[in-house]
Write a protein that binds this ligand. Structure first.
Ligand SMILES: Nc1nc2c(c(=O)[nH]1)N[C@H]1C(S)=C(S)[C@@H](COP(=O)(O)O)O[C@H]1N2
Ligand SMILES: [Mo]
Length: 364
């Protein structure tokens, strides 16, 4: 039996002209996804030099929406890209030289890391964790591997890419029934557009109805972690919020001047939902406790275990009058699942840091 060769797979849908074009789109999707991912990581694990603005209030909602949408868009693009180059697997000899071997090896790393990122990302959106590692750490680390391998790949292929993107020659007429290059690019574009539409509704409310992946935010504000799962039960009269050295009862919090604002919860998993929140600005609480506005504050909750039982509000946020310790949502007292008796709702911030069931603001 004869082993097939690269030439056996000749088709207008393979080769550098298609591959470079799809590679360009894929590069843009990966670039957007990487930068917005770094931003999200930076906010959750801030280095000393990192600051994230609290305005506009929807800034994080937008960057995280771009992150998830560009990631989903990259899936059909990656598959189309692999289709455009797979006959190269049959190129012989398998390895021509040391640089050639390194180049092929880097592509293997690139494909592996890309699939890992896109698949773990999609599973995370679905809140499904069929693996043993901790998603954020692994997803973050492999992102650097993917981008490193991508930069090597682009550098190596630059001459081919430049030639493929600039040359304009007549397309050979495809044999009857075969897909032309233009047809393949169009199909890839349509598939990518469909992937984007299926996802953006998680971020853009008026696109919710067309977005099958946005079902979690279909009605109101979804609850990410229920009080029962967090082992938090309702509080009684003896509950106090501790701010620095000062304690506030719920009645005292309710008696303070309240701020009402429309602010989104933007979950890292890609859904976001706006609500009207009413509560006491953290700034006012700090002032009452004799703490300067603009201090970093550690937020502790009633939750005992749980990865997200506490968070840190940086100074840019504690100085913002829209950073609330919310007591009400859409005019009603907070339900226990949404964080009763009070929760953090701050502008331009990942949902995971909008701590529920707050018991203490500790000044850093
Ligand atoms: N104490 C505590 N607060 C928490 C969480 C948690 O697990 N524990 N989950 C966070 C996450 S991941 C999100 S997206 C928001 C969701 O808020 P909601 O359940 O009111 O929609 O709450 C945040 N606050
Ligand atoms: Mo979240």
């Amino acid at each position: 039996m004869r082993i097939p060769e690269e030439a056996d797979f000749a088709s207008p849908t393979h080769g550098p002209r298609v591959s470079a074009r799809i590679g360009l789109w894929l590069g843009i999707a990966f670039g957007l996804c990487f930068i917005t991912g770094l931003i999200s990581h930076g906010i959750q694990h801030p280095a000393a030099w990192f600051t994230w603005p609290s305005r506009p209030v929807s800034l994080y909602r937008i960057t995280q929406g771009v992150h998830v949408t560009s990631g989903v868009a990259a899936i059909p693009l990656l598959l189309a890209k692999l289709w455009s180059v797979y006959p190269k697997l049959f190129g012989r000899p398998l390895v021509k030289s040391v640089p050639h071997a390194l180049e092929r090896g880097s592509i293997l790393v690139l494909i592996g890391a890309s699939f890992f990122e896109l698949l773990t990302g999609v599973f995370n959106v679905a809140q499904n964790y069929p693996w043993a590692f901790f998603f954020p750490t692994a997803h973050y680390a492999v992102a650097w591997i993917a981008v490193g391998a991508l930069l090597v790949h682009i550098a190596v292929k630059l001459p081919v890419i430049r030639e493929a993107l600039t040359r304009s020659e007549e397309e050979p007429r495809p044999t009857t029934g075969a897909l032309s290059r233009r047809g393949f690019l169009l199909t890839t574009g349509v598939a990518t557009g469909a992937a984007v539409l299926a996802t953006v509704g998680g971020t853009v409310p008026w696109l919710r109805n067309v977005s099958v992946f946005a079902s979690r935010s279909a009605t109101g504000v979804p609850v990410n972690r229920r009080a029962e799962a967090a082992q938090v039960s309702t509080v009684d009269e003896s509950w106090r919020l501790t701010v620095g050295d000062v304690e506030f009862s719920l009645a005292e919090l309710r008696a303070m001047p309240q701020t009402t604002a429309d602010l989104p919860i933007a979950c890292v998993e890609g859904w976001s939902a706006s609500a009207t929140w009413t509560g006491v600005p953290v700034k006012d609480l700090l002032e009452r406790a004799g703490v300067p506005a603009g201090s970093d504050v550690r937020v502790e909750s009633l939750e005992q275990g749980g990865l997200y039982r506490s968070s840190t509000l940086p100074g840019t946020h504690t100085a913002d009058p829209l950073t609330l310790l919310a007591l009400r949502m859409n005019g009603e007292v907070l339900t226990l699942d949404h964080g009763y008796p009070c929760r953090v709702i701050a502008p331009s911030r990942p949902g995971v840091l909008q701590t529920k069931w707050v018991s203490r603001l500790e000044v850093r």
